[in-house]
Design a protein around this ligand. Structure first.
Ligand SMILES: [Fe+2]
Length: 404
């Protein structure tokens, strides 16, 4: 069987699995101070010992401390694990499991962007299985009996990864300088709070990169071949919200309505891509993150227009739908023109938000390795609309070189 047909067979199997397995949607509470309401609900659920998982930069905002104090006032003992770093790796996850066990926690509250939430997911899966995180990567449906492990609660403080809504955790393999996914419906948080007040302090550059990550999720879920009526609706709505709110949130961080809408967009895009998968943008961006530590959202934003140029011939109508959802379609234009408009708009958004068009750390000497990892990742997992050969990927990487 050819390299072309194996991924298609895999996607066919995934589609059947998706229909049979109905991923749950996490219970979500919304609005200013909903993060405190979530803490109230955790206390009301009878939890007495909670491990709060977060990172250093967030600790400096005082947000985790306030949430911990709120829980403690309600009789819940809280231990804070704030060691999470960008792109959590195996060693960090194992340190987190040690803290979980030492504290004898009954639940985990993840507070932060994708890294703390993904780290918490990986920790819980490791603790429940007793396995090293490297043994959990890949699709492990039915890996654990239900019910399993400790419950996860999540309070996202960026609007991008959608990790609060996904059945995946990204974990970095430092030795291989790449990232892997742990995929299992049981990774999903049981309850989520979208509190827009927690995102008003995000610096504009982070708002931009994380917002473009959410857009990438919506776009890749929508142009791929695994979309359902439900995921398509989520992806279009997310694109609509991003089109109407990302520039506002970037320009004025305290715009609470724009912040709330970006949180909703990230959640919806997360719900969409965790079912319909992502695509080559993520496959390439993961390598740029693993090899050069380019922040995930930034890498996606830079790579996205190039991958869409490549995919366009296979999904022109879909890209035109996205342009209409984003509110940037040209009245009376045909699908090809609006698909071009969508790709041009992404480039314009990047430029307006200070996102570069190249990757300064990228080296031609790394191309073979990046291409091998990216195509293996995409062809083994993602419902890509157009099959990419090595030379296509090489052409995209050349355009990302800073010498351009
Ligand atoms: Fe992403």
């Amino acid at each position: 069987m050819s390299a072309y047909w194996i991924p298609r067979l895999q996607i066919a199997v995934n589609k059947i699995a998706l229909k049979v397995l109905r991923f749950p949607v996490p219970e979500t509470i919304r609005g200013v101070d909903s993060s405190l309401t979530l803490c109230d609900e955790m206390a009301a659920a009878g939890l007495q010992r909670v491990l709060l998982v977060t990172d250093g930069p967030l600790m400096r905002t005082g947000i985790p401390e306030r949430l911990a104090a709120h829980l403690q006032q309600r009789g819940v003992a809280v231990e804070v694990f704030s060691d999470v770093e960008p792109d959590p790796d195996y060693a960090l996850v194992l340190r987190g499991v040690e803290r979980l066990n030492a504290f004898n926690a009954q639940a985990v509250l993840a507070v932060g962007g994708g890294s703390p939430i993904d780290c918490a997911k990986s920790m819980l899966m490791c603790q429940a299985t007793g396995k090293h995180p490297s043994k959990l990567t890949g699709v492990w449906l039915y890996h654990l009996p239900r019910p399993y492990g400790l419950p996860l609660y999540a309070i996202p403080t960026t609007s991008g990864t959608g990790s609060e809504a996904t059945v995946a955790a990204i974990v970095s393999d430092r030795a291989e300088q790449t990232k892997y996914s742990i995929i299992d419906p049981k990774l999903l948080p049981i309850k989520v709070a979208l509190d827009p007040a927690l995102t008003v302090g995000l610096p504009p550059a982070v708002t931009a990169a994380t917002g473009m990550d959410a857009l990438t999720h919506a776009v890749e879920a929508y142009i791929g071949t695994m979309g359902t009526k439900e995921t398509n609706a989520w992806a279009l709505r997310a694109t609509e919200l991003i089109g109407a709110n990302l520039s506002k949130a970037y320009a004025l961080g305290t715009d609470i309505e724009a912040r709330a809408n970006m949180q909703e967009a990230a959640l919806l895009a997360g719900l969409a891509f965790t079912r319909a998968t992502v695509g080559y943008v993520h496959a390439i961006a993961h390598q740029l993150g693993g090899l050069y530590h380019v922040p995930h959202g930034l890498a996606n934003a830079i790579v996205m227009p190039h991958v869409l140029d490549f995919c366009k011939s296979a999904c022109t109508d879909r890209l035109a739908d996205l342009a209409r959802a984003a509110g940037i379609a040209v009245a009376g234009a045909n699908d090809t023109e609006n698909a071009d408009r969508m790709i041009a708009w992404i480039r314009e958004m990047n430029a307006a938000m200070g996102i570069p068009s190249t990757v300064s750390a990228l080296r031609e000497a790394d191309f073979d390795r990046i291409i091998a990892h990216a195509l293996t990742e995409a062809h083994g997992t993602y419902a890509i609309p157009r099959y990419m050969q090595k030379d296509d990927a090489r052409g995209i990487l050349r355009q990302l070189l800073a010498t351009n």
